[in-house]
Design a protein around this ligand. Structure first.
Ligand code: NDP
Length: 257
């Protein structure tokens, strides 16, 4: 299983303190990587760091860092702290994200910017900040988090949909730019996954649970555990000739009417 072995590698997972990001961090820890997870809530960070330390391979350290990934100076300081604490940086998962569910006519400009900054600008800032470390190491892996709203439109998520469409295009630009540095950049497109983010959506969007179950051929919501193997695949040698791809992880939602 060398193609999935991440021993000796260091991974940064934004939003790795909960939901899909924690599922990804668990997968990377099980594959042998040392980890830095980043979020804003100290309580969630402490709990996730303690859990990941129990999962981590012998000698693989886990760091939990509080940082707003939409703040350029904070991102630069965070990447420096990781390089100093863990010695290198090979894998970046741009997973942190948020949503404000409002119709376009009700969405304020500052709400638009908050969503774009958390989802799209953060992906650019973290990728740019990690690039020198990856280049110096002779290669790296970046995995971005899109959405079904990278493909579809929804009346209640104009900023989120624009940001997640942008994440796919940014993935392609970074992949084209950094292929010569042996850095592969890919994107996952999760379907409906049971996390804090969608717990809120279930209460805000009438009939959502029934819609998801009816339309998803797998007949269930996704779970953070569905991302463990995918993360090891995109972070390891198994995916060395795949770059700029956007892969649905959706139980068939995007191919079914
Ligand atoms: P969660 O709300 O559980 O996780 C979001 C994570 O992002 C949290 O850990 C949060 O940490 C962190 N975060 C948000 N904003 C910032 C910020 N500015 N700086 C640092 N960390 C931040 O939701 P999910 O796990 O569902 O979402 C993870 C990603 O998956 C998002 O990008 C989301 O858009 C995407 N996605 C989710 C889907 C789903 O069905 N759940 C479907 C498609 C895509 P903290 O609370 O500490 O700030």
């Amino acid at each position: 299983m060398q193609a999935f072995d991440l021993s000796g590698k260091v991974a940064l997972v934004t939003g790795g303190n909960g939901g899909i990001g924690l599922g990804i961090a668990r997968g990377l820890a099980k594959a042998g990587a040392a980890l830095a997870i980043v979020g804003r809530s100290p309580e969630k960070l402490a709990a996730a760091t303690a859990e990941l330390e129990r999962l981590a391979a012998k000698g693989a350290k886990v760091m939990g860092l509080a940082c707003d990934v939409s703040d350029e100076a904070a991102v630069a300081a965070m990447v420096e702290e990781i390089a100093a604490g863990l010695g290198r940086l090979d894998i970046l998962v741009n997973n942190a994200g948020t949503n404000i569910r409002k119709r376009p006519e009700d969405l304020a400009a500052d709400e638009w910017h908050r969503v774009m900054d958390a989802n799209l600008t953060s992906t650019f800032l973290c990728s740019k900040a990690c690039y020198p470390q990856m280049k110096a190491a002779g290669g790296g892996k970046i995995l971005n988090n899109g959405s079904m709203l990278s493909i579809f439109g929804a009346p209640w998520s104009p900023a989120y949909g624009a940001s997640k469409g942008g994440v796919v295009q940014l993935t392609r630009s970074l992949a084209a730019a950094w292929a010569r540095d042996n850095i592969q950049v890919n994107c996952m497109l999760p379907g409906w996954i049971d996390t804090d983010l969608t717990q809120r959506a279930r209460s805000e969007i009438e009939g959502l649970n029934e819609h998801v179950l009816q339309r998803t051929p797998a007949k269930r919501w996704g779970r953070p555990a569905d991302f463990e193997g995918l993360a090891a695949f995109f972070a390891g040698p198994a995916s060395d000739f795949i770059t700029g791809a956007a892969l649905p992880v959706d139980g068939g939602f995007s191919i079914s009417l």
